[in-house]
Design a protein around this ligand. Structure first.
Ligand code: HEM
Length: 188
């Protein structure tokens, strides 16, 4: 994945646990890069090794870390200058979820070797919907859970997400059932 992702992970750990903890994680993962270049593409293995090492060092299961990382991503991309892309997702949380593929198409103009996920929205009612997540990568469902929560925060809506199923022998994708509970105080 692009360095932007590994950088975000580094930033999240450094901000919450300190630089020394990050160095422990990096060494445990056997990753030599001290700095990740945003626009350079790294083998996915680097990201997976960092998450596994972080899970050990922080004594936190990987899915919990990935969900936290997903929540952090919307804030991180904003700070990194991608706020306009998030704003262009549309005026509402519902519309944002239906625009994720076109947003990643725009990201791909900047990051040409991007291998983005794809999403599909079904079962839409005014206060609920299902989000289907397709990717060739494995085990990132919890990250999408956090991403959806981060996006909801940004749109100022309180939600409840349930991970209906993950990618397995039966399903070729993950499905999340999302209920919109209403507006929260601190909208974007
Ligand atoms: C402006 C905001 C965003 C930017 C700049 C961005 C950019 C990226 C980049 C660079 C990657 C790495 C892919 C690769 O290197 O091949 C990625 C992956 C991913 N993005 Fe986004 N993204 C944004 C917002 C979102 C949002 C809001 C969601 C979902 C709600 C999302 C879902 C994902 C997922 C799940 C992956 C992991 C790749 C996979 O599943 O195969 N992204 N994104």
């Amino acid at each position: 994945m692009y360095g932007l992702v590994n950088r975000a992970l580094q930033q999240l750990v450094c901000a919450s646990k300190g630089e020394q903890t990050w160095q422990d994680i990096r060494r445990k993962a056997g990753v030599e890069d001290e700095v990740f270049m945003r626009m350079d593409s790294y083998p996915d293995e680097v990201t997976y090794k960092l998450v596994a090492a972080a899970s050990e060092v922080l004594e936190t299961p990987s899915p919990v870390l990935l969900r936290e990382f997903g929540r952090y991503w919307t804030r991180y991309t904003l700070v990194e200058g991608y706020g306009a892309m998030l704003n262009d997702l549309g005026p509402s949380f519902h519309e944002a979820l239906t625009s994720l593929d076109s947003m990643h198409e725009r990201v791909a103009l900047l990051y040409p070797s991007l291998k983005p996920p794809t999403f599909r929205v079904t079962a839409v009612t005014p206060d609920s919907l299902s989000l289907h997540y397709y990717s060739n990568r494995k085990a990132l469902g919890p990250m999408v859970h956090g991403l959806v929560e981060g996006l909801a925060e940004r749109f100022g809506v309180a939600i409840e997400v349930s991970h209906a199923y993950g990618k397995d022998e039966v399903h070729d994708h993950d499905r999340f059932d999302i209920r919109i509970l209403g507006p929260v105080a601190h909208a974007r």
